[in-house]
Design a protein around this ligand. Structure first.
Ligand SMILES: C[S@@+](CC[C@H](N)C(=O)[O-])C[C@H]1O[C@@H](n2cnc3c(N)ncnc32)[C@H](O)[C@@H]1O
Length: 222
């Protein structure tokens, strides 16, 4: 089966030893792929009954009942800590992801979090790092004209500069054409915004000037 670029990027970070829960599985196509193409058993869950029903249909359709343990419920409430060592969360906003990962007693055995947030990737990096994780791998991926960030966090400590948190430390090490595309657009957006900001909004002006400066530096623009 063929996954979207976004979901496919997540599967690149799945390893044989991972004991996975995919939270917010919705259609469960990611889970069917992990079960059938990567040969793994895993837990898939969703808070909405409609989503779980959709997932159940796909799991049956692709004959993955043996591999996928489907559960209905909120975030990590549906598992015991010893059942998992890896969490996948994709396609949600930062605040929902933060709420889910704040259930700290369920994280005891978790040594890997693969995450794709639809919003606030910078806040997401800071938050997951504050839980005792570091960024192992990450990449930009384009899907239907939208560029997403997929991050693999693992247990550990690493110090990060402002720029590393902003762009992503591993993304900075490997600046590809998506990087240029993504930040060229952001640069234009911030430059336009700066022109429109009222002169009394000094903090915001300084903040945007700083972002423009660091983006230009990484894009090698003077
Ligand atoms: C936009 S879909 C993303 C589906 C899939 N993960 C993907 O990336 O394509 C988000 C899903 O997360 C589920 N969801 C939202 N909050 C949740 C929570 N606290 N616990 C479990 N599932 C949740 C929603 O019901 C929805 O099915």
């Amino acid at each position: 089966m063929k996954l979207s670029n976004r979901l496919s990027a997540i599967t690149d970070y799945v390893a044989p030893e991972d004991k996975i829960i995919d939270i917010g599985c919705d259609h469960a196509l990611l889970d069917v792929y992990i079960a059938k193409e990567l040969g793994k058993r895993l837990i898939a869950s969703d808070i909405h009954e409609g989503a779980v029903n959709n997932a159940a249909k796909n799991i049956e359709k692709y004959d993955a009942l043996k591999e996928i343990d489907l559960r209905l419920g909120n975030g990590l409430n549906v598992v015991n800590p010893e059942e998992i060592n890896t969490i996948i969360i994709a396609g949600m906003g930062f605040h929902t992801i933060k709420d889910i990962l704040s259930n700290k007693e369920k994280l005891t055995n978790v040594n890997k979090i693969i995450v794709q947030s639809n919003t606030d990737v910078i806040k997401l990096r800071k938050f997951v790092i504050s839980l005792g994780f570091k960024i192992n791998r990450e990449k930009l991926v384009k899907d239907s004209d939208i560029i997403y960030t997929v991050i693999e966090f693992v247990r550990g400590e690493e110090k990060y500069s402002y720029e590393a948190i902003y762009f992503g430390p591993r993304i900075l090490e490997n600046k590809d054409e998506l990087f240029t595309e993504y930040y060229t657009k952001k640069l234009l957006k911030y430059e336009n915004l700066l022109l429109q900001l009222p002169s009394h909004e000094i903090r915001s002006i300084l903040h945007h000037k700083k972002l423009i400066r660091i983006i230009k530096k990484e894009l090698d623009i003077e």
